[in-house]
Design a protein around this ligand. Structure first.
Ligand code: PLP
Length: 286
């Protein structure tokens, strides 16, 4: 595998970054997770836009243009001869002396790695995930804005650890007021009486797969509403599902011990899966 670092590709065992990179020392940087299907990068422009917005929000000026970043991402895929892949571009604050002031870093670093990728949840796409609502809250007064995809994912990781200990495949986060936010690496939806509901993106990441799903709902004729939701809505839903670049679309059939709907992935989910596969088959940048 070849990894792009600041202008050059290195074989993965020679791909190294300094321990004085503030991305490593302080989690000071931003990243994206992008999928390629059949050798084409899915929703590339949207991911590059979000990467640059994340950078802007932490006052980091990328050392490359959006066009150059898009080319680096495509080149990483080509260089590794990958068809179905997960691509990870990173912009870190760069190498600097100790001390968290970003002015200590001369230049941000651009890194891009890729790996082969299939169905992240395997058989669970058929049975549905078990999820647990966790103690960690999204969008608290002292937390990072959830729309920054920063190199500091510890809250998400704490949620995942808690869910794993409690027997869950995925963690569900509420926000500081108890409203439904998202999963540890995915957006969340519920279906009630044939209509789909999802929270507004004030307390969760503006997911690119979320945008795809909302577009697909029009095609499959399912109405939707973006609105604040709570635990009661979740527990009493007919269907619950999550979306993310890595996970795609996956049903949740159990939450905090409650069986969702009839305990099986529901009708809206079953319509969405082929519609999503159709889009990923036909779209993308090579
Ligand atoms: N929420 C969080 C916290 C994430 O990390 C991700 C993954 O990037 C998502 C939601 C889903 O976003 P996307 O569909 O753009 O991958």
């Amino acid at each position: 595998m070849f990894v792009y670092i600041d202008g050059k590709f290195f074989p993965e065992n020679e791909a190294k970054v300094s321990i004085f990179d503030h991305g490593f020392l302080y989690g000071d940087g931003v990243f994206e997770g992008i999928r390629a299907y059949n050798g084409r990068v899915f929703r590339l422009a949207e991911h590059v836009d979000r990467l640059f917005d994340s950078a802007k929000a932490i006052d980091l000026v990328p050392p490359v243009t959006k066009e150059e970043m898009a080319e680096i991402i495509k080149e990483t895929l080509r260089k590794n001869n990958l068809k179905n892949a997960y691509i990870r571009p990173i912009i870190s604050r760069g190498v600097g002396s100790m001390g968290l002031d970003p002015h200590r870093c001369a230049k941000p670093s651009v890194i891009c790695a890729a790996t082969e990728w299939g169905a992240m949840y395997g058989d669970l796409y058929e049975t549905g995930l078990t999820a647990v609502t966790v103690c960690v809250r999204r969008n608290t007064p002292d937390s990072l804005p959830p729309n920054i995809k920063s190199l500091n994912y510890l809250n998400n990781i704490l949620g995942k650890i808690e869910a794993n200990y409690k027997g869950g495949d995925e963690a569900i986060f509420l926000d500081r007021t108890g409203k439904l936010a998202e999963g540890s690496g995915d957006n969340i939806y519920l279906v009630k009486n044939g209509k789909l509901y999802t929270p507004p993106t004030i307390n969760n990441l503006k997911g690119i797969t979320r945008q795809v799903l909302l577009e697909l709902l029009d095609k499959i004729g399912v109405p939707y509403e973006v609105c604040e939701l709570g635990l009661f809505d979740l527990y009493t839903a007919d269907e619950v599902m999550v979306t993310g670049t890595a996970a795609e679309i996956c049903a949740i059939t159990k939450i905090d011990g409650r069986v969702i709907g009839n305990g099986k992935p529901g009708a809206v989910y079953r319509k969405l899966i082929p519609a999503f596969q159709e889009v990923t088959k036909n779209e993308g940048d090579a």
